[in-house]
Design a protein. Structure first.
Length: 401
């Protein structure tokens, strides 16, 4: 089944992006590669809906293929603590696959223990659940399925902006409570037209959010990013702001669309939120830890923020007592939080499952990876998106949309 080519570096201009499986397939040693997947439990829903590919039950649709190829495939949702299946199997797994929706947190300590690990695949977008610096030290490659769910998230962002600005959730709750009080809802309901919206991060998702807002006749559509847009994506409709604080001071709505890294962790704290317009709405579908959980709750309660919505939490699954579950504005509304699902629509699952399989297939075949998917490789960052670094990234992940 395995040819010599599997263990050979493929000669190509992208040689740097070729990762060798650790086995030497030219010998008679077993060809088996151990693949560990940490996915979420789908239960009855996954049994009834096979397109729920991100679940342990349907395991990205790669189970039969990997087994047929003779590999060991461990799938689990048990990911917390030293006794978990994740921590047990990471010790000798060669490939780790996980999704941002139920991430196996690969800390520096675990990377130390993961003696055989060569490739981490994020089935989705966002690899902050991995200590990327520690992965670099061990020359572990991290790849994600770039672009796989960016439309799904951009649509969710637009929906979240609308539900906050239009005060949708409390209105719907009235109906569920057999109630009817138009004034109580309308006192905090607005049109999006005429408002200023800004995105922090204008990569694939941020740009698509702005594109989708075009039809709403907003006053201004702004973006802040250290990476410029490619020339063909620039348009006078989307204005770049050089300083984050300047953008925040102008925005009625702020949407966060940058990765979580050392410079964005806790970025939206008391101090930065105080730079936002009083009564602004904040939407975060990027990563929960970009916002300080207590600062958000305080800002809602004081009226500085009129609403906070998103699907990402600083720990996932979110604990029952997480402050964002019951954080409200001064009128008891302004909470648009949901579990992490914006990027895991059925359409997105098909794309990220295919993409994850492709990354694994290339690895097993000793073929080069698509540079757009590479986050770290050969001990360095291949992507510009995970923070500004002095050293030029080795890869070519396009910075723009
Ligand atoms: P991308 O790489 O195309 O774009 C990210 C942009 O953020 C880049 O242009 C980068 O320069 C910019 N950036 C990085 N740090 C910044 C900072 N400090 N300030 C301003 N801009 C900064 O990535 P993408 O596909 O647009 O995804 C963005 C993030 O969205 C992901 O990293 C992930 O965390 C999150 N995401 C969430 C979901 C979900 O289901 N909720 C799904 C996909 C992605």
């Amino acid at each position: 089944m395995f040819s010599l080519a599997r263990s050979r570096l493929v000669s190509s201009p992208h040689l740097l992006h070729t990762i060798k499986p650790s086995r030497n397939f030219s010998t008679s040693s077993p060809n088996m590669v151990k693949v560990l997947a940490v996915l979420y439990k789908g239960g009855q829903a996954a049994k009834e809906e096979p397109r729920l590919l991100g679940t342990i039950e349907n395991s990205l649709g790669i189970s039969d293929w990997l087994k047929k190829e003779g590999h060991e495939f461990i799938v689990t949702d048990d990911k917390e603590g030293p006794g978990s299946e994740f921590q047990k199997h990471i010790a000798d797994a060669e490939i780790l696959v996980t999704t941002p929706f139920h991430p196996g947190y690969l800390t520096a300590d675990l990377i130390e223990k993961a003696k055989n690990l060569k490739l981490c695949v994020t089935a989705g977008v966002g690899s902050d659940h991995i200590d990327l610096d520690a992965a670099n030290k061990k020359s572990i490659t991290v790849a994600e399925v770039s672009g796989s769910n960016v439309v799904s998230v951009a649509e969710h962002v637009v929906m979240s902006i609308l539900l906050l600005v239009r005060n949708f959730v409390p209105a719907h709750e009235q109906i569920l409570a057999d109630d009817w009080n138009v004034a109580q809802i309308a006192r905090n309901a607005y049109d999006l037209e005429g408002k200023t919206v800004g995105t922090v991060g204008c990569g694939r998702i941020g740009y698509r959010v702005l594109e989708r807002l075009r039809g709403f006749n907003c006053k201004e559509l702004l973006w802040f990013d250290y990476t410029d847009l490619p020339e063909d994506k620039k348009t006078p409709e989307f204005k770049r702001v050089d300083k984050l604080e300047d953008m925040l001071a102008k925005c009625d709505v702020v949407t966060i669309n940058c990765p979580l890294h050392e410079k964005t962790k806790g970025l939206f704290n008391d101090q930065l939120i105080s730079k936002m317009k009083k009564g602004a709405w904040l939407v975060n579908t990027a990563r929960g830890a970009i916002c300080d959980r207590n600062a958000v709750k305080k800002a809602l309660e004081s009226g500085h923020l009129n609403g906070y919505a998103g699907d990402v939490w600083d720990v996932q699954p979110s604990p029952k007592d997480h402050p964002w579950r019951h954080a409200f504005n001064t009128l008891g509304g302004g909470n648009g939080m949901v579990p992490h699902y914006s990027g895991t629509t059925l359409d997105a699952q098909a794309r990220y499952a295919n993409g994850a399989k492709d990354i694994i297939q290339r690895y097993l075949a000793g073929k080069e990876q698509d540079p757009a998917n590479l986050i770290v490789i050969d001990g360095d960052y291949a992507s510009k998106a995970y923070g500004q670094r002095e050293k030029k990234p080795t890869g070519q992940k396009p910075a723009g949309p």
